[in-house]
Design a protein. Sequence first.
Length: 256
Amino acid sequence: MTIRALIVDDEAPARDELAYLLEAHPDVAALQAASAEEALSVIARGLADVVFQDIHMPGQDGFHVLSNAKEFDSPPLFVFVTAYDQHAIRAFEENATDYLLKPVSPDRLAKSLDRVRAALQAKDAKPLHQAVERLLSCVGPGKPLPKLAVEQGGRIRLIALTQVAFIEAEEKHLVAATAHGKLPCHGMSTLAKACERLAGLSFFQANRAQLINLEHVAEFSPWFGGKYHVVMADGERTEIVVSRNRVREFKTRLGI
């Protein structure tokens, strides 16, 4: 039996690396998709037995694929490929669904495939689909992470995400703009990691260096070069530019 595996990741090198690792398993044939839309098209045609799904992607994220795939008559199995930190990994484990942590280990991939084979041979994917449902109910879209860890006064504080107007990259660390000023983020060092941790929430990556909380947008207007100019509702009335290639998604997220 050949297992049809669909690799979903917006980064081509990540897709190619996982495809290379899957080549070591003769009973696996890999397809690739660079977006949620491509992935759902493949799944709708019944061409995937298992989906190796990245969570954070531009536009519609991995949760969008999961929540829509379950509407098909024969949805595939899902294995999460993620850069979540250890706390989130434990959450995945507690919800009994499988995951692969980037960079993917060949040994860990082999164990994951063994689990997929067992589910397919038993023709009973119900436990894994139920696990996906539990995962979506815990960390899917609209399920906010309760706190963000920041450093203040030599200590680590947990603040509500509603207090964060935006997060931006400064040199080799991230800072969160709050009513108490800009506070260094604890446990996240890159904007990509922040985007993944906050996927499905009210945060939007405006440009390469800034992630804004859409609930804190005071006003915005078209700017030169096809960009948008945004004024945040923080104490400083911070001005942020939305990159031209992100304007469409920005407007979609705001419902305009």
